[in-house]
Design a protein around this ligand. Structure first.
Ligand SMILES: C[S@@+](CC[C@H](N)C(=O)[O-])C[C@H]1O[C@@H](n2cnc3c(N)ncnc32)[C@H](O)[C@@H]1O
Length: 249
C-alpha cells in the first residue's frame, strides 16, 4: 500500500476521549488506517468519497459515524450478540463500516442502490477481514417489503441519503418495534421537525430526540435525529420505488 499519513493523528486521541468518552483500541486504529488507505485506493476508479485528506476522513467519516451512536459506546448493555444494524444508502461505507469494526458481535447490513459501490465495499471488507457485514445492492423501498428484512433490525443508520421524512419511510418499516433509526443531518429547523414528526407518526414511530452539536476540528454544525419505532408499520409503507422521494409524507 502507498504511504499515506494516518487519520489517527496524535491530537485525535484526546478528542475521542473528550467528545465521546471513548477510545478505539490500537487494533481498531490500525483497521481505521487500513480502511482509509483502501478507500483512497478505490477512489481512483470510483467516487466513493470526496473526503480524502486524513483530517477530513477522521472528522467527517470516522468521528461523525461514531458520534451518532455514542450512546452505544457508553451503554454497552444496549447491545447483545446478534444486534442488527442496517446502514441505508451506505455509499463509501459510512457510518456502517466503522460501526461494524467496533461492534464485531453485531451484524451490519450495508445497503446501497449502486452496484459498483457495493462491489468495491465487498472487496474492502474482504481485505480488512471484516465478516460481520452483509453488503446488499438494492433500494430501501424494496428491502422494506422483503419478508426477511422487514421489521428485523434493531438500528437503522442514514447519513446524507434523502430528506428526513423520506429517510423515515425508508427506515421505519425495516425496524423491529422498539428499534431506533438514527438520521445524521447537518442544519435542522423547527419546520423540518414538524414535518418529520407527522411522517414518523404515520410510520409507527415517534421522534424521540434531536441532538445538535459541532464537529471537533472544523466546528461544522450537525444534528442527529433519533426515531423510535413504537408499533408495527402499516403494510403500505414503504411505498413503491421512487414514490417516497416524489411524494414525501
Ligand atoms: C450521498 S451518498 C451518502 C453515502 C454515505 N451514507 C455517507 O454519508 O458518506 C447517498 C447514497 O445513498 C444511496 N441511495 C439513495 N437512495 C437510495 C435508496 N432509495 N435505496 C438505497 N440506496 C440509496 C446512493 O446510491 C448513494 O450511494
Amino acid at each position: 500500500m502507498n504511504e499515506i499519513s494516518s487519520p489517527q493523528l496524535p491530537e485525535m486521541t484526546a478528542i475521542w476521549q473528550e467528545t465521546l468518552n471513548w477510545q478505539p483500541t490500537p487494533e481498531q486504529q490500525i483497521l481505521f488506517q487500513q480502511l482509509f488507505e483502501l478507500i483512497i485506493q478505490f477512489n481512483q476508479q470510483l467516487n466513493l468519497t470526496r473526503l480524502t485528506e486524513p483530517e477530513e476522513f477522521w472528522e467527517k467519516h470516522l468521528w461523525d459515524s461514531f458520534r451518532g451512536i455514542s450512546f452505544l459506546l457508553s451503554e454497552k448493555n444496549l447491545l447483545s450478540p446478534g444486534t442488527k444494524f442496517i446502514d441505508i444508502g451506505t455509499g463509501g461505507g459510512f457510518p456502517g463500516i466503522p460501526v461494524a469494526l467496533i461492534f464485531p458481535e453485531s451484524s451490519v447490513t450495508l445497503l446501497d442502490s449502486t452496484r459498483k459501490k457495493i462491489t468495491a465495499l465487498t472487496t474492502i471488507l474482504e481485505e480488512l477481514k471484516i465478516n460481520n457485514t452483509l453488503p446488499w445492492v438494492g433500494r430501501a423501498e424494496a428491502l422494506g417489503q422483503h419478508p426477511k428484512h422487514r421489521e428485523s433490525y434493531d438500528f437503522a443508520l442514514l447519513r446524507a441519503v434523502a430528506p428526513p421524512s423520506v429517510s423515515a419511510e425508508y427506515a421505519l418499516p425495516l425496524l423491529k418495534v422498539g428499534g431506533t433509526a438514527i438520521l445524521y443531518r447537518g442544519h435542522w429547523t423547527p419546520e423540518e421537525e414538524q414535518q418529520l414528526i407527522s411522517a414518523v407518526k404515520q410510520l409507527g414511530g415517534v421522534l424521540e430526540s434531536v441532538d445538535g452539536f459541532n464537529t471537533p476540528l472544523t466546528q461544522s454544525i450537525r444534528h442527529c435525529l433519533y426515531l423510535k419505532k413504537v408499533r408495527p408499520t402499516a403494510k403500505q409503507y414503504p411505498r413503491a420505488i421512487g414514490v417516497p422521494g416524489q411524494k414525501p409524507l
